[in-house]
Design a protein around this ligand. Structure first.
Ligand code: ZN
Length: 157
């Protein structure tokens, strides 16, 4: 997914059943956090490893962090439990959306296969153009449209 992670976090926060002042920031941060690995991907690894193989894109890593952190929040900071849940939900939404055309290590640590719903062929000179011109980009446009609709609808969080 190229462009719709941030609006997907917005949609998630807006659909959350409970209002909390940290819900929106938690959802937005969780929705984009894994892609900060692009800095490492370009600056350190020189693009040699698919960035979806970094630990920030591995579901079992975030499941383990959530399994440790959410009970702590539930016991000692119950007010932050809802933002915490939304944060991890946004992280998993990120990985689900990346699974549409990009591939995610859903089987890690038992499998090194990048699971993808569809494969986006390298039909254009640059991979970004291949993704922009593939039918799966309509999903991104749909998420943007949904987020814009909710934003215009103006429900307060
Ligand atoms: Zn990603």
């Amino acid at each position: 997914m190229l462009t719709a992670h941030l609006p997907s976090g917005y949609v998630l926060a807006r659909l959350a059943p409970e209002g909390h002042r940290f819900l929106l920031p938690a959802a937005l941060i969780g929705a984009v956090l894994p892609d900060f690995d692009m800095l490492w991907f370009y600056l350190i690894d020189q693009g040699s490893i698919h960035h979806h193989r970094y630990w920030v894109h591995v579901p079992v890593f975030w499941a383990a962090v959530a399994a440790l952190l959410l009970p702590v929040l539930a016991l000692w900071s119950r007010a932050l439990l809802a933002p915490g849940l939304v944060f991890f939900a946004a992280l998993f939404l990120h990985m689900v959306l990346d699974s549409v055309g990009g591939g995610i290590l859903w089987g890690a640590p038992f499998s090194g296969h990048l699971f993808a719903l569809v494969e986006v062929p390298a039909s254009q000179p640059h991979w970004v153009l291949s993704f922009l011109l593939h039918w799966t980009f309509l999903l991104e446009l749909g998420i943007w449209g949904w987020a814009l609709y909710l934003w215009r609808k103006g429900r307060c969080i």
